[in-house]
Design a protein around this ligand. Structure first.
Ligand code: ATP
Length: 252
């Protein structure tokens, strides 16, 4: 579980997070939605320790991760897997080397044969087979996301953070990634934190949905409660998405 307590963050005069409180429950999929520029990526970067708040706490395993040493933060990050928006694969490394990277970097397994088996097993969890020798440039967008997901889960992290997991994918591939996240989460019982524009994904897999607005989580609840929110700002956001205005806004 991660709990943020009153985190605030400004860039110059712009206050992006404003006393934000959020609880990410263990073993659940939490999705944060909100308009473009609402601060979803800034929130995610705080949770994984890439940004520090101006004030407030982020509690993980009884520790405030905003106040730990760099060494401690590195150890804490071993509990985290991150799937970045563009999958962030290393283009000069093979799929095998990409997926094995966190294991090699943290010296978690030295036996080459066991590492090969682990990479194979992890790739099969994301429904990929026999692509270890391929280069990222040879893969489709959906396959790159899957490889990125395999790399994020190979160390069996307690929490996986997803930055817009379906951006840039067609609706069918997006749905297959959404299904895969759900299946993987059910199999590994991992806690998942997702920021997304994709309401189809959100309403398909989220256990908890948070609506970020004006630097705060304005509405938080399960799929049913968000869909039936009486808050006019939430209603407007959901309606604009379905009428395409929000999508148009993303493109501009
Ligand atoms: N390092 C930074 N320096 C200055 N301003 C920043 C920085 N990072 C983010 N911002 C600003 O914070 C605001 C929130 O940005 P953020 O990327 O978190 O929004 P978002 O909700 O993720 O948007 P989108 O859905 O379009 O990705 C934006 O106005 C952005 O310009």
């Amino acid at each position: 579980m991660i709990v943020t307590e009153n985190i605030s963050k400004s860039f110059g005069k712009q206050k992006v997070l404003d006393d934000l409180n959020l609880t990410i429950e263990e073993g659940k999929i939490t999705v944060i939605i909100g308009k473009s520029g609402a601060g979803k990526s800034v929130l995610l970067k705080h949770l994984i320790g890439l940004l520090k708040p101006d004030s407030g706490k982020i509690i993980f395993q009884d520790k405030d991760i905003t106040r730990v040493s760099d060494k401690e933060l590195k150890n804490i990050r071993l509990n985290f897997g991150v799937l970045f928006q563009d999958a962030a694969l290393f283009d000069s490394l093979t799929v095998f080397e990409n997926v094995a990277f966190p294991v090699i970097e943290h010296k978690l397994l030295k036996d080459r044969k066991k590492l090969k088996e682990l990479v194979k097993e992890t790739l099969s969890l994301v429904e990929l087979e026999n692509i270890e020798d391929k280069m990222p440039s040879e893969l489709s967008g959906g396959m790159r996301k899957r490889v990125g997901l395999a790399r994020a889960i190979i160390t069996k992290p307690k929490i996986i953070f997803f930055d817009e997991p379906t951006t840039g994918l067609d609706p069918i591939t997006s749905m297959s990634i959404a299904k895969l996240i759900k299946q993987m989460q059910e199999k590994l019982k991992t806690t998942c934190f997702i920021i997304s524009h994709d309401l189809s994904l959100t309403f398909k897999i989220a256990d908890r949905i948070g609506f970020l607005h004006n630097g705060r989580i304005m509405e938080f609840g399960d799929r049913h409660s968000i869909k039936n929110s009486k808050n006019p700002i939430v209603i407007e956001f959901l309606e604009s998405y379905y009428t395409g205005e929000e999508n148009e806004q993303q493109k501009s």
